[in-house]
Design a protein around this ligand. Structure first.
Ligand SMILES: [Zn+2]
Length: 137
C-alpha cells in the first residue's frame, strides 16, 4: 500500500507539523468539542476560536469501499481500500485502510477498531494519516 505525494500549503501547515511528529491534530473549541482538521468553526457549537489538539488516533470503522485505479497495459487495475472512521473524539475521517488486502474487504465489520498511522510517498513529502486495524480479523 502506498500513499500519493502530498505537499503542504498555508492552510495545512499546522496539521502536517502534527503528522510529522506522529500526531493527528483536530480542531478544538473552548466548550470542549472536537471538529475535523479542516473546520474553520466548531461543527457542534459554531465557535470560531479553535485550537489544535492531538487526537488519540483511535477510531471505529463506519463504512468502506474498494476504489479501482487505472489499469496499466496487461495489469489488473490497482485497488485501494477506502474507509470512513469515526474518531474516538467524534469527528469522522476517511483514508486508506493500510495493510489489508482489498480482496478481504468483505470480512470487515462495522465497528472494527482502527488506529491512525502515518505514511509518506517519499521522504520529501508530508506524512499522511492512514488507518490500520488494531487487531487482525
Ligand atoms: Zn464547540
Amino acid at each position: 500500500m502506498s500513499v500519493g505525494p502530498v505537499v503542504r500549503d498555508e492552510a495545512t501547515a499546522a496539521f502536517f507539523d502534527g503528522t510529522a511528529a506522529g500526531q493527528f491534530l483536530l480542531r478544538h473549541c473552548q466548550a470542549g468539542h472536537f471538529s475535523e482538521p479542516a473546520a474553520t468553526q466548531c461543527t457542534t457549537c459554531g465557535a470560531t476560536e479553535l485550537t489544535w489538539q492531538p487526537a488519540t488516533g483511535l477510531a471505529r470503522l463506519v463504512s468502506w469501499t474498494v476504489s479501482y485505479g487505472k489499469a496499466a497495459d496487461g495489469e489488473p487495475p490497482p485497488r485501494t481500500l477506502l474507509v470512513i472512521g469515526e474518531l474516538d473524539e467524534g469527528p469522522w475521517w476517511w483514508s486508506q485502510l493500510a495493510d489489508v488486502d482489498p480482496a478481504a474487504a468483505g470480512r470487515l465489520t462495522v465497528g472494527a477498531r482502527l488506529r491512525i498511522e502515518f505514511r509518506r510517498a517519499a521522504a520529501e513529502h508530508e506524512a499522511v494519516p492512514v488507518f490500520v486495524l488494531t487487531a487482525r480479523a
